[in-house]
Each structure stands twice: as structure tokens, then as C-alpha cells.
Design a protein around this ligand. Structure first.
Ligand SMILES: [Zn+2]
Length: 47
């Protein structure tokens, strides 16, 4: 099942998908939310 990356500040759903097997750290993106635009690091841990 695919999940979307959400901004931790405003909850905006980024057009970036991952699944349960994804592992990610050290990847920084900028939020596309209209009033947010903050940068945050995507951290996805394997379960
Ligand atoms: Zn945001």
C-alpha cells in the first residue's frame, strides 16, 4: 500500500509516495503548502 509524505508542520500531503518497505533519512524537501514552504527532513523507518 502506498502512503504519502506529509509535512510535519502543516500536514500538507506532498506528491511523494512510499510503501511499507521504504527506508529514508537525510532527504530534505520544501513543503508546497501555500502558507508553509518550510523545509523538513523525510524520515521513514522500516518496520
Ligand atoms: Zn507544510
Amino acid at each position: 500500500m502506498r502512503k504519502k509524505v506529509k509535512c510535519p508542520y502543516c500536514g500538507y500531503e506532498m506528491p511523494i509516495f512510499y510503501d511499507e518497505k521504504s527506508v529514508c533519512k537525510g532527504l530534505t524537501i520544501r513543503c508546497k503548502g501555500r502558507n508553509c514552504r518550510r523545509e523538513f527532513e523525510i524520515k521513514i523507518k522500516a518496520k
